[in-house]
Design a protein around this ligand. Sequence first.
Ligand code: ACO
Length: 359
Amino acid sequence: MSDGLEDVVAARTVLSEVDGAAGRLIIRGYRLEELAGRTSFAEAAELMLDGFFPDLPSGEAFAAALSRSRVEVFAEVAALDGRLVSRSPVEAVRALMARLADGDDLATALRLLAAPAVFTPAVIRARRGLKPVAPDASLPHAADILRMMGGEAVAPAQAAALDAYLVTVCDHGLNASTFAARVVASTQAGLASAVLAGLSALKGPLHGGAPGPVIEMLDAIGEASNARPWLEAALQRGDRLMGFGHRIYRVRDPRADALKRAIGKLGTSSGRLAYAEAVEAAAIAILRERKPDRALQTNVEFYTALLLEALSFPPDSFTCVFAMGRTLGWIAHAQEQIAGGRLIRPQSVYVGPVPKQAA
Ligand code: ACO
């Protein structure tokens, strides 16, 4: 038995393969490098969902259906009241997503895919005291997300960078949130229930909640020369360094480099990038000194933080942006799990008190 289920195989999937020793990620037959920065999120979504819905449209028709779904779910933003706005962005987005109906058809899947993309900009604006901006179905997905957040059209390079991010994080084997989604899907509860389970698991700082704290760490360190003493003090306190380490990867997370390339193409934050690289190098060196047997490397969250910061997402919304991409993986995995038809129901070992013998 292993407490974290490492090395336990719990699903067969055609969706993605994570090779932790080689630092390789395959998504539906393509290496990550072939997809990220080269395909739009809508194209990646069509690829991932292929074979899971009988009526899946293709090409421009798929992109148009996703755009219409953004417009459709926008009606739910009216439920964003002061109480929800005072919660963390991911809790507010989760509450709005919980308003969507369950189901296992394509329309339900597209609404769920569109939901975090529409709700996150609305929540970000509401927290700034601004009115939501309605989706524009004539725009591609990533460009519309950034427009809904900032209120005006963005440069193609920015939309391309967000597309690269969403594609990079759209699926990643049987990570905690995807497993949670598959468990719920296996009960036939419906796609909305599976996606909400995934989102709830993603929220934790050991999974998708890490990139916000990466920015806090970079801001607290302040300058490259302060990196080593700051990081050593953090480890001395028993803190984990956010953006480093991974359950599967024993070498560098290939997603970190995909995102670094996307940041490079933005060309806006070269000073910040150089500073972050210095912090990254110091962190890897210190982790190697302290944990020579563990091979702790940069994970996806480190460069996620830098990319989403460059795109003007506030750090406390980063997990929601992660969910915009990963919802695609949750939906595809849920459909795959349902098609397999087997309820996920593992065993536990009882280590509690033994009942007294009856007299
Ligand atoms: N900083 C400091 N020490 C670390 C780190 C880190 N980032 N990661 C692992 N370690 C240490 C652990 O404390 C542990 O030490 P111990 O054996 O003395 O207790 C040892 O390395 C082994 O770590 P595990 O806990 O076995 O690693 P696990 O595979 O369970 O954890 C995890 C992976 C949760 C990602 C971990 O590396 C971590 O907490 N990282 C920081 C948070 C983070 O970046 N999360 C995002 C992950 S990527 C994603 O989910 C999308």
